[in-house]
Design a protein around this ligand. Structure first.
Ligand code: NDP
Length: 436
């Protein structure tokens, strides 16, 4: 599937390999100790915050209390079937073919973009199950009732998948794989965490792109639906539904489908273009997204919150504003890069490309992050001010976007040199106009 360069199929000399895959010298997250702490802390945090929202939750300091139920094949089989089923559909469903960014060896990988057919199939299956089971949907009940155990299973699965990707990055026979610039330090734990190989693939199946948009994002959608189902069918016997719970399902469902349907936009993003696939991304995609982005729906399924028309309108308006900024600024940059908006002011760089500094991109360097953050705030507001717990998401997302902005600034400053300095003078604000 890859557009192979002339040298890619032959073994390269060790000097060429060093040039292709230089040693990592700049460390993220405080290097090895930071990677170790995050590997231990994030899974525990995810389980504990979900436990907090589970009725009759029992807390134990014995890790085996949490791990024992997860040895059960009644839990592993559905999760593996989910992951493998989506992988098979990803491989067989039709889609358009696109090339990713040019890699360091001059090659480009080919990707199949079939988010539309995958989403259509999922909606069809859900509709059919609703019809066949008269709305009882045993799969959603199972998901709701085994939320914590499934959460732990995804953590273990992310651990195994990251380990598989790390080990296989050493055992290429005929050619040197392209490694992530940030994940080739030689420290086992750090490289395993950050991700050593840039694009691990099994044949034409791209593990990283698949994990970014399928098993985690769609599981998030199903968890939200399981909460709505719990409230509407199990608790209220089809006779009434909580407006806040409906709203969070609609807002997040829209965001999820928007991400899956516009998956080609991901090909130029940092996660696909520059980051390796290690525990950080595997855990983020498979556990953190489905089991913490769904906290508002989980909370509302246990403690329904009647918002009423005014608050519903306010939250929807905030989401619409955030989405408008997020979507139109991302589209504007993408159109500009394709030469569609020549009338907008820009800076010609020494590298031959242009840096847009007009319209949305004259307001701040990452106005799209601001829009995305407003979206996150609208979701938290569906629980109104009943609990601080669900606001974790906006706080976490602000930290993620700040960290991302700093990484991007470092990258662009290295890439564009003096042109980046000129750009920063023209567009001084980083994310929020006139604030930061
Ligand atoms: P950006 O879309 O801001 O892209 C940054 C890259 O675009 C730069 O590295 C540079 O790349 C190019 N660029 C930056 N400024 C300009 C300019 N003025 N003119 C032309 N090119 C420019 O960031 P991301 O890729 O990080 O994010 C994309 C979207 O995804 C955002 O809306 C973000 O909010 C969202 N996101 C959502 C997450 C979630 O969990 N929900 C997680 C992460 C991101 P180059 O020079 O190489 O072209």
């Amino acid at each position: 599937m890859a557009k192979q360069s002339k040298t890619a199929g032959k073994s390269s000399s060790s000097k060429e390999q060093t040039v292709l895959n230089p040693r990592t010298t700049k460390f993220e997250f405080g290097g090895f100790p930071g990677a170790l702490v995050l590997t231990l802390f994030l899974p525990v945090f995810t389980v504990l915050i979900n436990k907090q929202l589970t009725p009759d939750a029992v807390f134990s300091t014995d890790p085996f209390y949490y791990l024992n139920p997860c040895r059960s094949k009644e839990l592993w089989i559905p999760y593996l079937a989910w992951f493998a089923g989506l992988a098979v559909f990803d491989l067989i469903l039709p889609g358009k073919s696109m090339f990713g960014t040019v890699l360091r060896d001059g090659t480009q990988l080919r990707y199949k973009i079939n988010g539309i057919s995958n989403s259509f199939l999922l909606i069809l299956v859900l509709g059919m199950r609703w019809q066949i089971t008269d709305g009882q949907m045993p799969e959603l009940v199972f998901l709701y009732e085994h939320h914590i155990e499934l959460n732990i299973i995804t953590i273990l699965f992310a651990f195994y998948l990251a380990t598989y990707c790390y080990v296989r990055s050493f055992i290429y026979v005929n050619r040197e794989p392209i490694l992530a610039l940030g994940g080739n330090s030689g420290n086992v734990v750090y490289d395993w965490f950050i991700g050593r190989e840039l694009n691990p693939r099994v044949g034409c199946f791209d593990i990283k792109l698949f994990c970014e948009l399928r098993p985690g994002m769609l599981l998030w959608l199903l968890i939200n639906l399981s909460c709505l189902h719990h409230n509407f069918v199990v608790e209220n016997n089809f006779s009434g539904v909580n407006d806040a719970l409906v709203l969070i399902n609609l807002l997040q469902g829209f965001y999820i489908f928007d991400g899956v349907l516009n998956e080609e936009g991901l090909l130029t993003m940092m996660d696909i273009a520059t980051d390796g696939f290690g525990f950080m991304l595997a855990f983020g995609d498979l556990t953190f997204v489905p089991f913490t982005y769904s906290l508002q729906a989980r909370f509302l399924s246990i403690q329904p919150n009647d918002l009423g028309p005014q608050r519903l309108a306010l939250i929807t308006a905030l989401m619409a504003l955030g989405y408008y900024i997020f979507h139109s600024s991302n589209k504007q940059k993408s159109d500009f890069k394709q030469g569609k908006l020549p009338q907008l002011k820009s800076i010609q760089t020494q590298r031959g490309t242009k840096l847009l500094c007009d319209s949305w991109w004259g307001m701040s360097q990452h106005i799209n992050y601001f829009g995305d953050w407003l979206i996150s705030l609208s979701w938290c507001l569906t629980t109104w001010f009943v609990t601080p717990l669900t606001y974790y998401y906006s706080i976490y997302f602000a930290v993620l976007l700040l960290h991302r902005q700093q990484r991007d600034e470092e990258k662009c400053s290295e890439k564009y040199g003096r042109d980046w300095v000129t750009y920063q003078k023209r567009v001084p604000y980083k994310i929020i106009p006139y604030v930061y």
